[in-house]
Design a protein around this ligand. Structure first.
Ligand code: NAG
Ligand code: NAG
Length: 363
């Protein structure tokens, strides 16, 4: 139980920011118990789930504790249909700043994340956006153009990353992961073989069991019991008939990505997607990242503007909160970031509370 709030998420965000500012000015901390926005000099100063960072793009130059993990919503409210929950998705999860280039090649592309997919999953990320291409007689993760992967835009064979997902699902038997593929693979049964070789077929959520016409998904408990803990969506419609891989926009609505999607006060739907409020799909993916990712600016993006956009998109979708919120440099923020926002979204959807930690188990 909790006190249901009629306030919008936006108001809640500003109130909590204000609350935290008051808190920081009047308290001090030490011994690994510093809270969000309190000063720190090393990650070990900060409490669990926090790290020591800053946000110079907003003039916050002094190191402070910043959230680096969400509250796993199923730890508070379990057993609801999958589509009631909201999850953090990393945009171009594989396009990692320190990823080594191919031998003898200077990589020429953009980066979107800073840590490994394994680390992303450990930090509560539950959706991965992966661009897959035929390359060197294999399937590679690549950031490219014209549907072709080049040695200067290539990252690594997709199987390496999928094996990280397999290891995570095996080690965490109640977790559910979603993979959204930007699919340029034309090799017949290429993806089928790839996922099987990565050992992921045993976790595959079957297309035939995916709900149609916007009705609820199975509950997370049912999905865990059936071991259907990996959802895979492709951007290539032909793969549904050919390989039984769900065509993304038959199963989810999605707002515009890139710069058009970060316009204040509007939440346009991506052209491949049905209207956000169509109710024809039970999943909603919200993109929130600029076309050209800038590491240093992302802490600014993951603050008030993101909370505001969630609110705008919620209304545009007919009072439906996004299930997936896709960002670049997911760890960066001015304090609460995307973690605070998904906690609030889950609180709202799962129990009508201001944040998910206010929901009592079983509510
Ligand atoms: C990278 O690919 C280009 C052609 O796209 C080729 O000319 C070049 O030799 C390749 N470089 C390496 C180091 O393989
Ligand atoms: C929609 O997507 C765009 C593009 O990424 C993003 O900037 C915008 O914030 C999104 N808006 C909503 C409401 O999801």
């Amino acid at each position: 139980m909790c006190y249901p709030s009629k306030c919008t998420l936006l108001t809640l965000y500003f109130l909590s920011t204000l609350f935290f500012s008051l808190l920081t000015s009047s308290t001090s901390c030490s011994n690994s118990n510093c809270q969000v926005l309190e000063a720190c000099s090393a990650a070990t100063d900060c409490g669990p789930g926090l790290y020591c960072g800053n946000c110079p793009a907003l003039g916050l130059n002094q190191p402070m504790c910043i959230r680096g993990q969400p509250t796993l919503p199923t730890s508070t409210v379990n057993g609801l249909p999958f589509n009631k929950y909201s999850w953090i998705v990393t945009h171009n999860s594989f396009s990692i700043v320190d990823a080594p280039p191919l031998p003898g090649v200077q990589r020429l592309t953009f980066y979107n994340q800073e840590d490994t997919v394994t680390n992303q999953l450990r930090n509560g990320v539950r959706g991965l956006m992966l661009d897959m291409y035929d390359y060197q007689n294999d399937i590679w993760l690549c950031h490219s153009f014209q549907g072709q992967c080049f040695n200067f835009t290539a990252f690594q064979p997709a199987i390496n990353t999928l094996k990280e997902v397999e290891a995570f699902l095996t080690a965490n038997p109640t977790e559910i992961v979603t993979i959204i593929i930007e699919d340029y693979v034309h090799t017949p049964k290429g993806l089928t073989n790839l996922f099987r070789n990565a050992g992921l077929d045993k976790y595959w959520f079957p297309l035939s069991k995916m709900p149609k016409k916007g009705i609820d998904w199975p509950t997370v408990t049912e999905m865990v019991q059936a071991n259907h803990r990996l959802l895979v969506f492709t951007s290539d419609a032909s793969k549904e008939a050919e390989e039984g891989i769900a065509y993304q926009w038959r199963h989810m609505v999605e707002n515009e990505s890139g710069d058009p999607g970060v316009q204040k006060s509007s939440c346009p739907h991506r052209k491949e997607s049905r209207a956000l409020n169509s109710r024809g799909s039970s999943l909603f993916l919200m993109n929130y990242f600029p076309t050209y990712p800038v590491e240093a600016d992302s802490c600014k993006e993951h603050s008030a503007p993101l909370a505001e956009m969630v609110n705008t998109c919620y209304k545009a979708a007919g009072n439906m909160l996004p299930n997936f919120i896709a960002v670049n440099f997911y760890m960066r923020s001015d304090g609460g970031g995307v973690f605070d926002i998904v906690d609030k979204m889950n609180g709202h959807s799962l129990c009508g509370c201001t944040t998910v930690t206010a929901c009592q188990y079983g509510t």
